[in-house]
Design a protein around this ligand. Structure first.
Ligand SMILES: Nc1ncnc2c1ncn2[C@@H]1O[C@H](COP(=O)(O)OP(=O)(O)OP(=O)(O)O)[C@@H](O)[C@H]1O
Length: 294
């Protein structure tokens, strides 16, 4: 709520409880981190009337190396690119939906959930076959001070697909192909974390994401049969703990609040008068907002 980006991700072997942690079980009592985060965000919005907040939601799935917008009905892999700007990485083309209440945001979560790719294998009947990123975009502006600063931040809630030993999941055909993509992308993630954790390395094999508070939840399946996977997850978590980050607040100047020159003011006054007289219907809400400010 204060302008820092945050990422929370669940990592671990298939069936260890990542989706259960992130989204939750069927009852309200077992709701996961995403619905809890949504509640908390709207509670904070309510408790901070001195700020005007706009909350937007996006829900991205990465399935077999293709990006899918889960909030577009009949979601297909559409044209989206990852672009990097000073606020970090953004997916261009991914839809963002304004949520004015907790209920709106939960509906978007459920809508996205129904579009997710789920498969069935020996270790999990409802295994996520993709990586999913539910993002809460927060934009805020003070209502009380005269500053024109707008603060942006983003909370990414990430449910990674599970790492899996192909022999254990008896995967064949489509499930096998998915598993190979999942394992490949998790290997890339591991390489990035190893590089970020190693202070002596100056090359990181991906974009440096930099300004994000990051928390990883390591999900394990605590049975002897899964000891090997548990050790591998804990080893990865240990590496993750060595990564340091330097989060910053994302502030931008709102160009809509640029002060007007005298000639712009008189032009606006003329157009406003015409609009009030019913002779000019081209004035938009944005213009009225500018006028109010000036
Ligand atoms: N703490 C828990 N309490 C009760 N049930 C749980 C718990 N954790 C996981 N489960 C159940 O175990 C099963 C597997 O969990 P889940 O689908 O969350 O695993 P996952 O790590 O997301 O697996 P995958 O990587 O294959 O998607 C689900 O039926 C889930 O409801």
């Amino acid at each position: 709520m204060d302008g820092y980006n945050g990422t929370l991700l669940c990592y671990g072997q298939t069936g260890a409880g990542k989706t259960f942690t992130m989204t939750g079980g069927e009852s309200y009592h077992h709701r996961g981190i995403i619905p809890r985060a949504i509640s908390q965000v709207f509670r904070e919005v309510h408790d901070r009337p001195q700020y005007a907040y706009t909350i937007r939601i996006s829900y991205l799935e990465i399935y077999n190396e293709q990006m899918v917008d889960l909030l577009i009905p009949g979601a297909q892999a559409v044209d989206m690119n990852v672009i990097e700007d000073k606020n970090g990485c953004t997916v261009k083309g991914l839809s963002q939906h304004v949520a004015t209440s907790e209920e709106d945001a939960l509906n978007l979560l459920f809508e996205g959930e129904t579009n997710r790719s789920i498969g069935d294998h020996a270790l999990n009947r409802t295994s996520s076959r993709s990586h999913c990123i539910f993002s809460i975009h927060v934009e805020s502006k003070s209502r009380v001070d005269s500053s024109d600063d707008v603060i942006f931040s983003k909370l990414n809630l990430v449910d990674l697909a599970g790492s899996e030993r192909l022999a254990k999941t008896n995967s064949t055909g489509r499930t096998l192909k998915e598993a190979m993509f999942i394992n490949k992308s998790l290997t890339f993630l591991e390489q990035v974390i190893i590089a970020l954790a190693d202070k002596k390395r100056d090359h990181v094999p991906f974009r440096q994401s930099g300004n994000c508070n990051t928390l990883m939840i390591a999900n394990i399946w605590g049975e002897a049969a899964h000891l090997e996977e548990t050790i591998s997850t804990l080893r990865f978590a240990t590496r993750m703990m060595c990564v340091t980050n330097d989060p910053v607040v994302n502030v931008q100047y709102d160009p809509l609040y640029e002060p007007f020159t005298d000639s712009q003011k008189s032009e606006l006054a003329k157009r406003l008068k015409a609009w009030l007289d019913g002779n000019d219907d081209e004035i938009e809400i944005v213009t009225l907002r500018q006028v109010k400010k000036s």
